[in-house]
Design a protein around this ligand. Structure first.
Ligand code: PLZ
Length: 444
């Protein structure tokens, strides 16, 4: 296996002629509902470089939405995939079993927050993991209601779409939605009503009011939260908030589910974002970075909750596919052996000050936030906090034209997020940041 040169190389304008050709076929063959960020077609990818069909080397600041944290085509992952594929690719774990499934479960039981007795079930996608966490919590509690936050993203299936906050493009026209989903205000310090910095107590009071007064705590099966909201705009709650939510959940026999699908597995500079504040959720959902690019997801949590569903109640034809499980063992090994938690912190140390230098009075950058290698800039009309999605779009387009792949997110579409592979070389990160700085400067 050859690793592409870890350098930005532009041979054509982006997209190049070959990508433009393939785009025409794509448009003829594919359903319109499938979106795209950068209309290039990929030939190969390795480390933090994506090579397109025109030979352009693009710096990856997206990791396929926080998936290839160990780098694209990580050798440990690729070797395990190849070895497993040689042996067998599928049996369906519900039919005949294989030990690599158990090994992934053991690893997750070990690395997730808390040292209580834990159990794991594996699935294929993040949405499936969240759905199953709710199934488990409902059986364990005998209650129906699910409480989520504004700005939340939990998936595109019926239940998880219902839990997702943003209408366009995720929900418009797709109703009716799943019942018994309730929403509390997200503590979004930059945009809390009145412009005040929200305190953990204030945000908790709003959550308590909805749970205790409106729904009735004895009707609530689960509170589901992303410890740092991802698609919603990399929103970091005030310190102490998550711990207080876990306490509230425990007080009322509610299952607290931390959706760490985007934040998990070293991304934020801790193995899990909950670790940063010593929060131990009852259940935790993982996916994305878990298997270095193969589709694998998990629910891990307190053994007594996980065991509430009788045999046969959980599963899926592909749930815990052996090739994906083998990839996960490679990815977890890379995270642990190659010190990727520390690498995420190093990325923050290098990137954050440079992003922060772009913010300030009269800047289009209203706020820089995030943690570890999960960093974002929120764009506003200068001198206000009014969202400026057109500026975020222009900055992203500038970066894309220069061969730096960044992603836009946020409820208002005005946030640029950086999710580089944790293995990114400092020189390459430095170059990507220079392009990003130029793109922001061009908007001043
Ligand atoms: N929970 C916190 O971030 C996936 C969505 C991409 P799946 N986020 C990327 C898109 O537009 O479809 C995500 C997440 C959190 C759940 C999910 C869902 O994970 O693997 O996409 O189903």
């Amino acid at each position: 296996m050859s690793m592409p040169t870890q350098q930005r190389i532009l041979k054509t304008a982006l997209p190049g002629p070959r990508s433009i050709e393939l785009q025409a076929n794509r448009n003829d063959a594919l359903a319109n509902g499938l979106g795209q960020t950068l209309p290039i077609f990929v030939e190969e990818a390795g480390g933090s470089i994506i090579v397109d069909v025109d030979g352009n080397h693009i710096i990856d600041m997206a990791s396929g939405i926080a998936v290839t944290s160990v780098g694209a085509s990580n050798p440990r992952v690729v070797a395990r995939i190849a070895a497993q594929a040689e042996k067998f690719t599928h049996t369906c774990f519900l039919v005949t079993q294989y030990d690599v499934f158990t090994e992934v479960a053991q690893a997750l039981n070990r690395i997730t927050p808390g040292d209580h007795a834990k159990k794991t079930a594996l699935f294929s996608t993040g949405a499936e993991a969240v759905e199953n966490a709710i199934k488990i919590a409902r059986v364990a509690t005998g209650r129906p209601a699910v409480v989520v936050l504004s700005h939340a993203y939990h998936g595109r299936s019926l239940l998880t779409m219902s839990m997702t906050a943003k209408n366009l493009p995720y929900k418009e026209g797709f109703g009716p939605f799943a019942p018994e989903v309730y929403r509390a205000p997200s503590p979004y310090p930059y945009r809390w009503a009145g412009g005040a910095e929200v305190s953990a107590e204030e945000a908790l009071a709003a959550l308590r009011e909805i749970i205790v007064t409106q729904i009735g705590a004895t009707n609530v099966a689960a509170i589901v939260m992303e410890p740092i909201q991802g698609e919603g705009g990399f929103i970091v709650p005030p310190p102490g908030y998550l711990a207080a939510v876990q306490e509230l959940a425990t007080e009322h026999g509610i299952v607290f589910v931390a959706d760490e699908i985007q934040t998990g597995l070293a991304r934020t500079g801790d193995m899990f974002a909950c670790d940063h504040e010593g929060v131990v959720p009852d259940l935790i959902t993982t996916a994305k970075a878990l298997a270095g690019g193969m589709p694998l997801a998990a629910v891990t949590g307190r053994a007594e909750i996980m065991d509430a569903v009788p045999a046969g109640g959980l599963g899926g034809t592909y749930a815990g596919n052996p090739v994906a499980c083998a990839a996960a063992l490679g990815a977890i090994e890379a995270i642990e052996e190659d010190g990727l938690v520390q690498k995420a912190r190093d990325i923050e140390a290098l990137a954050r000050p440079r992003l922060e230098a772009l913010a300030g009075d009269g800047s289009v950058v209203g706020e820089v936030r995030g943690r570890g290698a999960m960093l974002a800039m929120e764009f506003v009309r200068p001198g206000t906090t009014e969202p400026a999605p057109e500026i975020a779009k222009a900055v992203a387009a500038h970066c894309h034209a220069e061969g730096v792949l960044v992603l836009v997110c946020g409820t208002f579409g005005n946030v640029i997020r950086l999710l580089p592979p944790l293995v990114i070389e400092p020189a390459l990160l430095d170059e990507a940041l220079t392009v990003i700085e130029q793109a922001v400067e061009a908007q001043r």
